[in-house]
Design a protein around this ligand. Structure first.
Ligand code: 6MZ
Length: 360
C-alpha cells in the first residue's frame, strides 16, 4: 500500500493535542520532570501506550494538556503537526483545537490561538497557505505549468476549526464562537464540538452553536461516539455541516443521516482502539460507502493512536477491499466537504486532477 503515501490527501478531523509526536511529548515531559512538576517515570509508559478505551483517552488528554499548555509549546506542536501532515502528502488540513484559558500561564483563549497562528507561520519545511485568498494565483501557477502535481508535499493549505470541549460552560463556548467569528481572516473556518461524550449536555452548547450558525460559521459535531439517542437525534436535527464518528447510531438515526446527507468524518483506528467499534468487519464505513453516503477518512489523533492519514487509507483499502483508484476518488471527494472557500476547492480540484494524470 505504498501508494497511499504519495497520493494527495485531505484531513478534516485532526485534533492538535492528539496529533503530537511521541518524541516531542516525551521530551517535554522529561523537562517538566526535571523541574519537579511531574514524575517522568509515571507518565512515560502512559504516553507510549497506544491502545486505550475511550475514557482512558480523555485522561491522557488531561496529561497532554499539562505537558503542552504554554504559548511556546503550543506554537511548537502546531508547527510540528503541520510538518508531519505535509510530509504525509496531506494537501489540505483542517486542524482543530480547543482555545484554552490558563491563568497560571497568563494564557487566554485568544493568546492560545495567537500561539497556534505563530506556530503555523513558523513552518519552514513546506509552504503554508493560511488565509487562502492571497496566494492562490501563485499556487495555481506552480501547479499548472506541466500538468504534474509538483506541489504535493511542498505546499499545504491549513485551516483551523475551533473546538468547544464538552466540559466547558455555555459562556466559554460562546467566547470560542466569538473568536471564530473574529478570526475568519486568519484561517479559522469552523467550529467543532468535542470532548468526552459522557460529559456535558447538548443544551449547554446549543446557544453558542446557534450563534455560530447565524454568523455563517460551518459546524461539525462529534456525534454518537457513545449511545445517546436523544442527543444524537438533536444533533442531526441541528443540521451540522459534518459530523465526526457516528459509531452508535440506531436504525432511525441512520435513515435520518442519509436523508439529510450529512457527511461523516470516519476515524477507523481511533474507533477500534477506543473500542467504540469492535472491528473493521462491523464498521459503518462499509455501509456508508456502499450507499454512496458522503464520508471522509480522517486520523482523529495520530499521536495518541499512532497512525497517519496514509495508514488510515491503507487500512480502509485492505479492510474493505478497495483499490488504488477507489481510494484516490475517496480522497478527491473530500474536497466537496471542506469548510474553506470555493477558491480553495478549485485549487484542490486542480491538484487532484494533475495527480490523477500522474497516477495513470
Ligand atoms: C472526542 C476528542 C477525541 O483541542 O486540546 N478529542 N473528543 N472524541 C475523541 N475521540 C477519541 N479526540 C480528541 O485536542 C485534544 C482535545 O480534542 C478532543 C478532546 O476534547 C481533547 O481534549 P486540543 O488541541
Amino acid at each position: 500500500m505504498e501508494w497511499c503515501v504519495p497520493m494527495p490527501k485531505i484531513e478534516l478531523h485532526a485534533h492538535l493535542n492528539g496529533s503530537i509526536r511521541d518524541s516531542t511529548l516525551l521530551e517535554l515531559a522529561r523537562e517538566l520532570g526535571e523541574k519537579g512538576a511531574i514524575v517522568f517515570s509515571d507518565v512515560e509508559h502512559v504516553i507510549l501506550k497506544s491502545d486505550r478505551a475511550l475514557n482512558e483517552v480523555f485522561k491522557l488528554f488531561d496529561l497532554i494538556h499539562i505537558i503542552t499548555t504554554d504559548h511556546k509549546t503550543v506554537a511548537r506542536i502546531t508547527k510540528e503537526v503541520i510538518e508531519d501532515f505535509a510530509a504525509d502528502n496531506v494537501v489540505y488540513l483542517e486542524l482543530r483545537t480547543t482555545p484554552k484559558r490558563n491563568d497560571s500561564k497568563a494564557m487566554s483563549k485568544r493568546s492560545y490561538l495567537e500561539a497556534v497562528l505563530e506556530g503555523i507561520r513558523s513552518v519552514n519545511s513546506v509552504e503554508v497557505d493560511l488565509s487562502g485568498e492571497l496566494k492562490t494565483d501563485a499556487f495555481a501557477h506552480s501547479h499548472s505549468a506541466d500538468g504534474l502535481c509538483n506541489g504535493i508535499g511542498s505546499k499545504i493549505y491549513v485551516r483551523l476549526l475551533l473546538s468547544i470541549d464538552r466540559r466547558e460552560t455555555a459562556e466559554a463556548a460562546m467566547e470560542t464562537v466569538e473568536l471564530a467569528v473574529e478570526l475568519q481572516d486568519f484561517g479559522v473556518v469552523g467550529i467543532d464540538l468535542c470532548g468526552n461524550p459522557n460529559v456535558g449536555q447538548w443544551l449547554t452548547f446549543l446557544p453558542a452553536l446557534e450563534y455560530a450558525k447565524k454568523q455563517g460559521i460551518p459546524i461539525t459535531l462529534h456525534c454518537g461516539e457513545v449511545p445517546n439517542p436523544v442527543e444524537i437525534y438533536a444533533m442531526l436535527d441541528f443540521l451540522p455541516k459534518r459530523i465526526g464518528h457516528a459509531c452508535c447510531l440506531e436504525d432511525e438515526d441512520w435513515k435520518l443521516l442519509k436523508r439529510l446527507e450529512i457527511p461523516v468524518e470516519i476515524c477507523l483506528t481511533s474507533n477500534i482502539k477506543t473500542e467504540t467499534i469492535a472491528s473493521t468487519d462491523v464498521h459503518h464505513f462499509a455501509d456508508l460507502y456502499k450507499s454512496n453516503h458522503p464520508l471522509i477518512l480522517c486520523t482523529d489523533d495520530c499521536g495518541v493512536f499512532s497512525t497517519s492519514l496514509s495508514a488510515e487509507y491503507a487500512l480502509a483499502s485492505s479492510a474493505f477491499g478497495l483499490g488504488k483508484r477507489e481510494m484516490f476518488h475517496l480522497a478527491q471527494k473530500a474536497i466537496d466537504f471542506i469548510f474553506a472557500s470555493g477558491r480553495v476547492k478549485k485549487d484542490l480540484k486542480a491538484i487532484f486532477a494533475s495527480a490523477h494524470t500522474k497516477l495513470n
